[in-house]
Write a protein that binds this ligand. Structure first.
Ligand code: C5P
Length: 222
């Protein structure tokens, strides 16, 4: 088994995908399964960390030995992450956070009306949680990790995103047919703000999770 190199450290992981409600029965969502985030939580616990997992809409059972916070929307996820990050040595944002949410919420179900076109759905931006916690650094030396799913110019776009978000590590996935969303396996490159680049071959999400912790562990203060 792995060495308890995360013992004495508190790590916060977000997992799943936010749902942004339109009315009591409808939402805007995404295809994130949450499997990568849960793999990160299990592996961190196995390596001795105290783990807080902030989960959005995965439907998975709470992993043993992990504190789980359940949220639905990006705004709720932000609140939970900010609260947990205040006491965290590392934060890994594996959740797919909706960039936009409906500008208004209808208290009653939106109905179709005979002979009328549907009203357009106006959207507003959600807060960028990763950029916010990276800029604020609730604790000195806190290590912050983001994820990015890209379809083209994966590395160049990943580097730009790493700078824009201001995090320490960015796990860049190429979004493809059998990869990433809902799959059991993943393939990625982990970019570091200090210039490092670690390729992780196609394999179980647990293996990618362990590479992330391998890169986080030496960056943690003691
Ligand atoms: O900008 P993009 O959505 O590609 O960035 C992905 C990364 O940023 C992920 O780590 C995700 O959890 C985080 N994110 C966030 N808040 C948002 C959008 C994305 O924290 N509103």
């Amino acid at each position: 088994d792995s060495v308890p190199d995360l013992a004495g450290h508190h790590v916060v992981i977000s997992a799943g995908g936010t749902r942004e409600p339109l009315d009591p029965v409808r939402y805007l969502g995404n295809r994130s399964s949450g499997k990568q985030g849960y793999a990160l939580a299990r592996t961190a616990a196995a390596r001795g960390a105290r783990v807080t997992l902030i989960e959005a809409n995965t439907g998975f059972a709470d992993p043993a030995g992990v504190e789980v916070v359940h949220v639905g929307t990006a705004v709720q996820l932000r609140e939970a992450v900010l609260k947990a990050a205040a006491e965290a040595d590392a934060v890994v944002m594996a959740a797919a956070v909706a960039d936009f949410r409906p500008a208004s919420y209808a208290e009653g179900k939106i109905k179709k009306k005979d002979g009328e076109e549907p009203a357009p759905v106006a959207l507003v931006r959600n807060p960028d949680i990763l950029a916010e916690i990276s800029a604020e650094r609730a604790r000195p030396g806190q290590v912050i990790v983001g994820f990015a799913a890209e379809t083209d110019d994966v590395l160049a776009n990943g580097r730009k995103k790493l700078r824009r978000k201001g995090c320490d590590l960015l796990v860049v996935n190429e979004v493809g047919e059998r990869k990433t969303f809902g799959a059991e396996e993943n393939e990625a490159v982990v970019l570091a703000a200090d210039g490092g680049e670690t390729a992780v071959p196609y394999g179980p999400k647990e293996a990618l999770a362990d590479v992330v912790w391998d890169l986080v562990a030496p960056r943690l203060g003691t």
